[in-house]
Design a binder for this molecule. Structure first.
Ligand code: SAH
Ligand code: SF4
Length: 339
């Protein structure tokens, strides 16, 4: 049985048409689910009894479960248990301009990046759309807040779960769904080129971030095996095509790894690579983990690296470090549970 939170409004309209009902019922159900936050069909009082019966027979409304919440100042980290007892995580950050959440897209990840906990544990399966949507619904209820921005940067490679990702984005952006503005949603990919090109045709104005992490192939091959399939040249071509089609600036993520990709020479190579492209660079402080040998670049060196980019007219931001004490990096909490 499908979970109702996996359905976009269009899918639900088709469902209603299929059972000989008017398609506007889909909007009514969406209002109950996402605005009034009622998940029990029996409580949807403007819907006829016989239709409610059909819905009860045709849809599952179960939720994933929060099994742990860690707090550190303005950061909350959640560990969720899925109905098949797999675990995933999400991280909430409270900013003065609103609250953002980082959601997971898969159980584990097959991309195998050398520095990443999620990759170390390998992919068990894709998340269903409802498992992504429910991370948001449960957190909003638990903290009694509204989340104003969403990043898909938790466990998993979202473009390796493309169809469910697209449904998720559609639901959370829908004005009758969670109504989160497309410009407040960001998807991060390790660089699956065919999907970047496909995403360029997706009509919503969602932000795309690409994890580059190295300015030349030899190093990127070592850090990110995906580079062997889609190397830096191919990635840069895809970035150009994406920009031409969408007019949307891509964010380049660059995690700062001590003695690995953080030298002045690396900064200069990065400048050469990105010069003339319409991109932002986001330098990410590495969250050290117990299992992996990589270390974080010292703060002064991160600033120096950033200054080289800036002096060469490349827009750069340095990500604030959140939740260091609560294993806020991608996959760290789950990895502690799973071992
Ligand atoms: N799979 C996607 C999205 C999830 S990872 C991707 O790779 O882009 C989100 C970001 O966190 C990526 O840029 C990833 O390289 C980075 N990351 C992974 N482990 C990290 C760690 N321990 N510290 C800091 N950033 C990390
Ligand atoms: Fe997967 Fe992203 Fe981690 Fe790489 S960094 S292993 S793509 S989650």
């Amino acid at each position: 049985m499908d979970n109702i939170y996996s359905y976009t409004r269009t899918m639900l309209e088709d469902y209603f048409k299929g059972i000989g009902e008017k398609s506007f019922k889909a909007t009514q159900v969406f209002e109950w689910l996402y605005q009034k936050r009622v998940s029990n069909f029996n409580d949807m009082t403007n819907i006829k009894k016989d239709v409610i019966e059909r819905l009860n027979n045709d849809f599952d409304t179960s939720f994933i479960k929060i099994v742990k919440r860690l707090e550190d100042k303005d950061t909350y980290k959640y560990l969720f248990e899925l109905n098949d007892s797999n675990h995933i995580e999400a991280v909430v950050m409270k900013h003065n301009y609103g609250n953002s959440v980082c959601v997971s897209s898969q159980v584990g990840c097959n991309m195998g990046c050398a520095f990443c906990e999620s990759g170390r544990l390998k992919k068990v399966r894709n998340l269903e759309t409802y498992e992504m949507v429910e991370q948001i619904l449960l957190i909003e209820k638990d903290l009694n807040i509204r989340l104003s921005s969403v990043v898909v940067m938790g466990i998993g490679e979202p473009f390796d779960n493309y169809d469910n990702l697209i449904k998720f984005l559609t639901i959370i952006n829908d004005a009758k769904g969670l109504a989160i503005g497309a410009r407040h949603i960001t998807v991060s990919t390790s660089g699956l080129v065919p999907k970047i090109l496909e995403f360029a045709n997706f009509p919503l104005q969602i932000n795309l971030a690409i994890s580059l992490h190295a300015p030349y192939d030899e190093l990127r091959n070592k850090l990110m095996p995906v580079n062997k399939a889609y190397n830096i040249d191919k990635l840069i071509d895809a970035i150009k095509t994406y920009y031409d089609k969408t007019n949307r600036r891509i964010t380049i993520e660059y995690v700062m790894l001590k003695g690995v990709n953080d030298s002045e020479e690396d900064a200069n190579k990065l400048v050469k690579l990105l010069k003339g492209l319409n991109v932002y660079v986001n330098l990410i402080p590495y969250n050290e983990t117990n299992h992996i040998e990589f270390k974080a670049t010292d703060q002064d060196k991160v600033l120096k690296f950033g200054k080289i980019l800036q002096d060469n007219k490349i827009t750069v931001t340095i990500r604030k470090r959140f939740g260091k004490d609560i294993q806020a990096a991608c996959g760290q909490l789950r990895s502690k549970e799973v071992k």
